[in-house]
Design a protein around this ligand. Structure first.
Ligand code: ADP
Ligand code: ASP
Ligand code: MG
Length: 419
């Protein structure tokens, strides 16, 4: 019998009624003949509440206790879904990360999965019992402490468990019916994609489309897990739900996409992230070693630097601009101030109200002029570009946050993505 992993996010399990609906989705697949493992998130809003409690209790909290607290949201929903399934006559039990066990490293708050022992879990579902697994959590073997996988981590739990169980596929159920050309809550004209390549989904996720956690896409790509994104907020017994190819978006190899369409799109999607802050260091001597004196101390402070722009200069001085996550903005400026003697700059400026908008598509590898078109279109709307970075399959623009929606909608139309 084939195995199937089904994952349900926070909105899908937000209350008992929704959990009952989820149970009906699971029952449908059991009746279709699958051995099913389900991964659940905490109820919508629960993890935020738990995180806030930790910060209130101790501003500089012990990350091990933070994990003990925030892992509890998933413990609740795993038990509740097992109960709802039993009510429908479907044998089910809950599994916490440590019971599987799902081993992680000890990077509390953003732990990485090291290994999953699929034997007990596989044995249980082979016996016809649905395994309802608390997502987002694991255990560090050496210390025996609970860990969590970082925000959105239940996606990663699901894909890892699908790989561990050698499941036929992993269905990620959420509050939208697939991956769209951009966030459908921001651009009503966004289109649902039938398929998206792993590489593109990786870029979309890491550049701000939170529909899948980045790490889950990496795992799906490495272990070749057939992963679909689909909606849980539908009638579980609607006829189209039986055909996953029609009801969701498949994340797959590039070859599978090329084989399925006559002409590939140049641009597949637009992502944006408001979690960006810009720091500019003005009038720095233009000589060897300066970049190291700026970015060395930032790395030592574990601040992740993203876009970096350095200007050419005529009079021996230059400007360096870079972006950091919003949460690290004040700290980054303090680090630069602390390193002033080595950097020798004159002014530090910055802005926290900026957004990074990115255009993504594997078709860009073989097409020129993609960026030039965007410059014109953004200029025509009066949108100033603060910084630009490019790679083989993406272009990112840093702009004022106030123009986010306008920029996303402009680029979405420009590249022919509107429905
Ligand atoms: P869950 O709680 O099920 O994990 P998330 O809130 O993490 O759900 O992710 C789903 C949300 O991702 C959607 O409600 C949507 O607003 C957002 N999103 C952002 N970009 C995209 C995109 N390109 N396609 C689909 N959804 C997107
Ligand atoms: N509950 C966790 C979060 O809100 C994990 C998840 O939902 O994937 O981040
Ligand atoms: Mg999510």
């Amino acid at each position: 019998m084939a195995r199937l992993v089904m994952k349900f996010g926070g909105t899908s399990v937000a209350n008992i009624e929704r959990i009952r609906n989820v149970a009906r989705h699971v029952k449908r697949e059991v009746e279709a003949g699958y051995q099913v493992a389900v991964v659940v998130s905490a109820m919508a809003g629960k993890t935020n509440e738990l995180v806030a409690w930790c910060k209130e209790a101790a501003p500089l909290y012990d990350p091990r206790e933070y994990d003990a607290v925030v892992a509890s949201g998933e413990q609740v929903t795993s038990g509740l879904l097992a109960l709802a399934l039993q009510q429908l006559g479907v044998p089910a039990r809950s599994w916490q990360g440590w019971q599987i066990p799902l081993y992680t490293d000890d990077a509390h708050g953003s732990a990485r999965i090291m290994d999953i022992d699929g034997a007990r879990l596989g044995g249980a579902i082979d016996g016809g019992e649905v395994a309802v697994i608390a997502g987002f959590q694991g255990i560090h073997a050496e210390t025996g402490r609970l860990t969590t996988l970082g925000r959105g981590g239940s996606d990663t739990s699901a894909v890892a468990i699908a790989a561990g169980l050698k499941a036929e596929r992993c269905d990620i159920y959420t509050d939208v019916d697939g991956v769209y050309t951009t966030d459908p809550r921001v651009v009503p004209k966004a289109r649902r994609l039938d398929r998206i390549a792993f590489e593109e989904m990786l870029e979309m996720a890491s550049l701000g489309a939170k529909v899948l956690q980045v790490r889950s896409v990496e795992l799906a790509m490495v272990h070749n897990v057939r992963t679909f994104v689909r909606s849980s907020l539908t009638d579980p017994d609607a006829p189209e739900m039986a055909n996953v190819e029609k009801a969701g978006t498949l994340i797959c190899d590039e070859e599978e996409i090329v084989a399925n369409q006559m002409e590939s799109q140049v641009v597949t999607g637009i992502a944006f992230s408001k979690d960006e802050a810009q720091v500019s260091i003005r009038r720095v001597a233009d000589k060897p070693g300066i970049a190291a004196s700026v970015f060395g101390p930032l790395a030592d402070a574990h601040i992740n630097v993203d876009m970096i722009v350095q200007n050419v200069s005529a009079d021996g001085f230059t400007d360096i601009t870079f972006t950091v996550p919003t949460a690290d903005y004040e700290r980054a400026k303090a680090v630069i101030d602390g390193a002033k003697a080595a950097i020798g700059h004159q002014i530090v400026e910055g802005a926290a109200d900026v957004t990074k908008v990115s255009v993504i598509g594997i078709g860009m590898r073989s097409h020129a002029g993609v960026a030039a078109k965007a410059f014109e279109a953004l200029a025509a709307k009066g949108i100033n570009i603060r910084a630009i970075t490019t790679s083989e399959i993406k272009i990112s623009f840093l702009i004022d946050a106030a123009y986010t929606e306008l920029a996303v909608r402009t680029l979405h139309s420009l590249y022919g993505l509107d429905s």
